[in-house]
Unconditional design. Structure first.
Lengths: 289, 305
């Protein structure tokens, strides 16, 4: 980050004229809608096993069956239905993780940046320590020790992915704490809580929104990786990572079994990242690492 | 300068001690470690025996200090599953992980430095946007999935490269490429922004005015300055890559430290898990320290600060 940071949007290009924003918004929007209305749009029960119709290829491929648009998995479950429910898992994990890690990171970062001194030293120390811990490994170990479940994945990811929130909240808070409008608020005699929540937080919110997209993308990818390794979302839940893991044995004969859930994962994460990039362009700042 | 490093070093030691403590606490998360080690078919007597043999019947503070004292000396105890010293196990697996990390880093640098420079020189054109798109795609790629897809394409259909294992050097290519993908986006963006900043500076204008060749201006004057943050981030990235190698080593069945951690996690072999977490964290701490050192050496402006 060089020089002063534009803390209010408006100087940059209009969001709606940015094609990246449009594409990202469409991808994330469609995914969110699918996740919400999943029970009403799935053609079949995603958990219904049919051992007579295992690994039926997608309907547009040779040997496909028009009844199963994306084919069936190794247990004869409808792949499209599982994919749709998988969107739900990815979106919910992404959002809940961002809320958890955001609460932790923003609190720490704002406190450090606002108060400085010893408090800031402690916050920087916490960030440094967190960064030195290998996240995937610790998440796997905790899942193995406590037994993996949906909420545990959210909790572990939330407790591990707050570092970037803290870094950005801290540096932006430092930049604005001495600005005129904050001084004006002090002079008006408002409380410390008021300054933090009404003056500081709203003015760093756009920066935090960019971090939120980055962390959501990361959380979705990490959940998939954990589930792929068998220690994320437990079976038979149709997490995209778990679908890839379960289909792995058959991938050399039927590559589509891993291509489909992987492509869905890639497109969703790309969409979230496109949104974040567009937000960042709009602000004219560079928060990437 | 010296004071800066003394302070920096002291912080690194403190962070290392904190990680040591966290690694100890990590394995106590299970509630009763003896029951976890004994497994589901153990009798009450088995659990009691394990508790005594592994010293789990002592007060937790004694266990902690004992573990801390040994860990500082590089003694991580004995593996429950492999029946071997943990330190020896990790040492025997380390070369594979380090090689993989270095291969990944080299591939990442070879790809992202030219891309970043190209994007900076052609800032705002379609070339710049294309490079931005490459970075976005890299960022969104699930590494384990990319690994499987590359295995299908290059291992099976084209049969150019081995699917798993590292009996020959070719075995490192696919996992190295996958690992590189995780570092390419940030390294490319950093090179690009560093170059743009460097190219807009006065010394570049001077170099151009002197009539130096385009190449000399770009590489000798521009890139040397843009490289400073890239070098330090590359060291940090290597730390992240080693930490992330667990997924890739598992996908490609490379018997490195990540794979060891994966095996131990599934076998409830806690001393090994604990030690791997610790070793990877220590390597990361060391690399960030090195990055700060490199920064100061490469950038004379930082030395006086």
């Amino acid at each position: 980050m060089s020089g002063a940071v534009a803390l209010s949007p408006g100087g940059g290009r209009s969001l709606l004229r940015n094609w990246g924003f449009l594409v990202g918004a469409v991808i994330v929007g469609v995914c969110a809608i699918i996740a919400i209305i999943a029970p009403w749009i799935v053609p079949y029960d995603p958990f219904a096993i049919d051992l007579d119709r295992r690994l039926v290829p997608p309907s547009f491929m040779e040997g496909g069956d028009p009844r199963n648009f994306l084919g069936t998995d190794q247990l004869g479950r409808d792949y499209l239905s599982r994919l749709i429910y998988g969107a739900r898992i990815s979106m919910v994990i992404g959002v809940l993780t961002v809320i958890t890690s955001g609460l932790i990171g923003i609190t720490l970062g704002v406190l450090g940046g606002f108060y400085g001194g010893r408090i800031d030293d402690a916050v920087v120390f916490a960030i440094t320590t967190r960064l030195s811990i290998p996240a995937v490994l610790v998440a796997l170990a905790v899942a193995a020790l406590r037994g993996s479940s949906f909420m545990l994945v959210v909790l572990v990811l939330g407790l591990l992915l707050w570092d970037r929130f803290a870094v950005v909240a801290r540096s932006t808070t430092m930049q604005i704490r001495n600005l005129d409008y904050v001084a004006a608020a002090w002079c008006a005699g408002v409380s410390r809580w008021w300054v933090l929540t009404r003056e500081v937080l709203p003015n760093i919110a756009t920066h935090l929104a960019v971090v939120a997209t980055l962390e959501m993308a990361l959380a979705i990818l990490l959940e998939a990786a954990l589930s792929f390794l068998g220690l994320g979302v437990p079976a038979p839940l149709p997490s995209w990572g778990l679908m890839i893991s379960e289909a792995k044995e058959y991938m050399f004969f039927e590559p589509w079994v891993i291509i489909i859930p992987g492509a869905a994962l890639f497109v969703l994460v790309l969409g979230v990242n496109l949104l974040g990039d567009a937000l960042r362009d709009m602000m004219g700042t560079d928060l990437s690492r | 300068m010296l004071r800066f490093f003394a302070r920096r070093f002291a912080v690194a030691v403190l962070v290392a001690l904190t990680v040591l403590t966290l690694a100890f606490l990590l394995t106590r998360l299970s509630g009763d470690l003896a029951i976890s080690i004994a497994g589901p078919n153990a009798t009450v007597e088995d659990v009691e025996t394990i508790r005594r043999v592994y010293g789990l019947d002592r007060p937790i503070s004694v266990q902690y200090l004992d573990w801390l004292g040994r860990a500082v000396q590089g003694d991580f105890g004995e593996s429950y599953f492999f029946r071997d010293r943990v330190a020896k196990l990790i040492a025997s697996r380390m070369p594979v992980t380090i090689t993989l990390g270095l291969v990944g880093l080299v591939i990442a640098l070879v790809v992202s430095l030219p891309l970043g420079i190209l994007a900076a020189v052609r800032e705002g054109t379609w070339v710049d946007r294309a490079v931005g798109l490459v970075a976005l795609v890299g960022q969104a790629m699930p590494s384990f999935w990319l690994g499987l897809v590359l295995m299908i394409v290059f291992g099976l259909q084209l049969a150019w490269l081995p699917i798993s294992g590292v009996e020959t050097w070719q075995g490192y290519i696919l996992p190295g490429v996958v690992l590189a993908f995780s570092a390419i986006p940030s390294l490319t963006r950093l090179t690009r922004s560093g170059m743009i900043e460097a190219l807009a500076s006065d010394y570049i204008r001077t170099a151009r005015a002197k009539g130096l060749t385009r190449f000399s201006v770009l590489v000798k004057h521009g890139f040397r300055n843009a490289a400073i943050p890239v070098v330090s981030i590359a060291a940090v990235q290597l730390g992240f890559m080693l930490g992330g190698s667990i997924v890739i080593e598992t996908v490609f069945a490379l018997h490195g430290v990540g794979f060891l951690a994966w095996e131990s996690i599934s076998k409830n072999d806690f001393p090994v898990v604990q030690a791997v977490v610790l070793v990877l964290a220590l390597i990361y701490i060391g690399l960030t320290l090195l990055a700060d050192l490199l920064n100061a050496v490469l950038d004379p402006r930082l030395r006086t600060a």
